[in-house]
Design a protein around this ligand. Structure first.
Ligand code: ADP
Length: 420
């Protein structure tokens, strides 16, 4: 078996996002949720993505998890390694992107890599080392108020420089414009100057294509999912167009749509889906005050799902979310909602439902864990960054996992359309 690209992603839906891009190019791709305890049966595969939850944990723990993932990927003989983080470079001066990059370079015995979070299709671009979100500098984009990783410096040469041990250089826009050869020349120049990392500008997909070709001989590359878009040309894959067979169409039965995201887009998507499918609102106040409510919700879900695809959601307005958080505290409020969706998912799976669409990054993570899903083969894309996935084995599950703002207003219907 030849695995071309071995990837380590610092969060769950980010891993699926990356895996979706890899499949689109023709890499047969598997996502593993965490470093597997036992040797998994990977089957025929060209790329593996190990999803960690290491974005905001202590740097030492992120390093330990990432090295464990790297060792496993190395044991499968991957040709190239890819450390994937968020396209808004979510991290702090203490870590974790820089700390993990250093550890991976050391473990691979390498002395140079790049950092390129750009994802032009989602409005994240990098110009003269400065990261923009939809044309606004990162530190003015709203990311400066992020509760865990407030991004207050858009200059990644400077900011990344605080996270890493070595010196950081820049491959600027005007070089990237000239193509892969010019970028490679810039890598050589930076290395000769004693730089260990290059921030690489990218404003359009054409730039990502040049960068993708330029990194052919780097053992380790790091970036957002965008960097993965043009790697396939570096490898000799046969029949690229038909390599990723679609296994999802064969799974019978209705679909359970479960939504725990309260993002603006998800609220619109839920409102639209309510018009089309039988739906049940897991009203937080009922969950708190009415002991029989959860049981009713489960019974409703089991009955309805026999006849139709169903939507069950905790998705609420910011006012309602705040009301619950004021009552229980933020953490307990989240736990209560996640636990109730988990219970519904488990009951539906036990009753034979095998197709789930889940909205919410954290929500997806905890439901997938509840359903004991450790391996997912990545299938066709529903919306940018959201592919259908399918678990291996005799009774496969199909899962579509969407983080907050991904997808268009018709996301749920689009998802069902794709697996008809
Ligand atoms: P997103 O991808 O949009 O950030 P997540 O699933 O990651 O979505 O996060 C949403 C969080 O909000 C989860 O912890 C979830 O349990 C919590 N939540 C969901 N519904 C409610 C609600 N009605 N009130 C309070 N918290 C909620």
């Amino acid at each position: 078996m030849t695995i071309f690209v071995g990837c380590i992603a610092d969060d769950f839906t980010g891993a699926t996002d990356l895996a979706g891009f890899l499949v689109k190019q023709g890499f047969r791709t598997i996502q593993l949720n965490g470093v597997p305890a036992e040797e998994p049966d990977l089957g025929e595969v060209d790329a593996v993505v190990i999803a960690l939850k290491s974005r905001t944990i202590a740097a030492n723990a992120a390093i330990a998890q990432s090295l464990a993932a790297l060792n496993r990927l190395k044991s499968w003989g991957c040709h190239q390694f890819y450390f994937k983080y968020c396209s808004t470079f979510d991290s702090t001066e203490k870590g974790n992107i820089g700390a993990v990059t250093d550890a991976l370079l050391d473990a691979l015995g390498e002395d140079f890599t790049i950092a390129c979070p750009a994802l032009p299709v989602n409005g994240r671009s990098l110009y003269q080392g400065h990261l923009f979100v939809n044309g606004v500098l990162l530190h003015e984009s709203g990311m400066q108020d992020h509760p865990l990783t407030p991004m207050t410096d858009s200059n990644l040469v400077r900011f990344f420089g605080k996270q890493v041990r070595g010196k950081v250089g820049l491959v600027p826009f005007e070089v990237v414009e000239q193509g892969a050869q010019a970028i490679r020349k810039a890598f050589r120049r930076l290395k000769a100057e004693g730089k260990r990392y290059a921030i690489v500008d990218a404003v359009t997909n054409r730039h990502l294509r040049h960068i993708g070709h330029a990194v052919k001989n780097l053992k380790l590359i790091t970036g957002g999912s965008g960097l993965s878009m043009y790697l396939v040309d570096n490898f000799e894959l046969e029949d690229v167009k038909n390599r990723c067979a679609d296994h999802i169409a064969e799974i019978p039965g209705n679909v359970a749509m479960l939504s725990g995201s309260c993002s603006t887009m998800t609220r619109q998507q839920v409102a639209r889906a309510k018009e089309k499918f039988p739906s049940f609102y897991l009203d937080p106040m009922q969950l708190v005050n009415n002991p029989g409510f959860m049981e009713n919700a489960i019974q409703w879900a089991l009955e309805q799902a026999k006849q139709d695809s169903v939507l069950i959601y905790t998705t609420s307005s910011p006012e309602k979310v705040k009301q619950l958080q004021d009552l229980l505290g933020i953490e307990k409020a989240g736990d209560l909602m996640e636990n109730s969706l988990k219970k519904i998912a488990k009951s539906l799976a036990a009753a034979g439902i095998r197709k789930f669409v889940i909205a919410g990054g954290e929500t997806s993570g905890c439901i997938v864990k509840e359903l004991n899903v450790t391996i997912m083969r990545i299938g066709p894309e529903i919306a940018p960054g959201v592919p259908w996935t399918v678990t291996p084995g005799k009774q496969p599950l199909a899962l579509a996992l969407k983080s907050g703002n991904f997808g268009s207003v018709d996301f749920f219907e689009d998802a069902l359309e794709k697996i008809k």
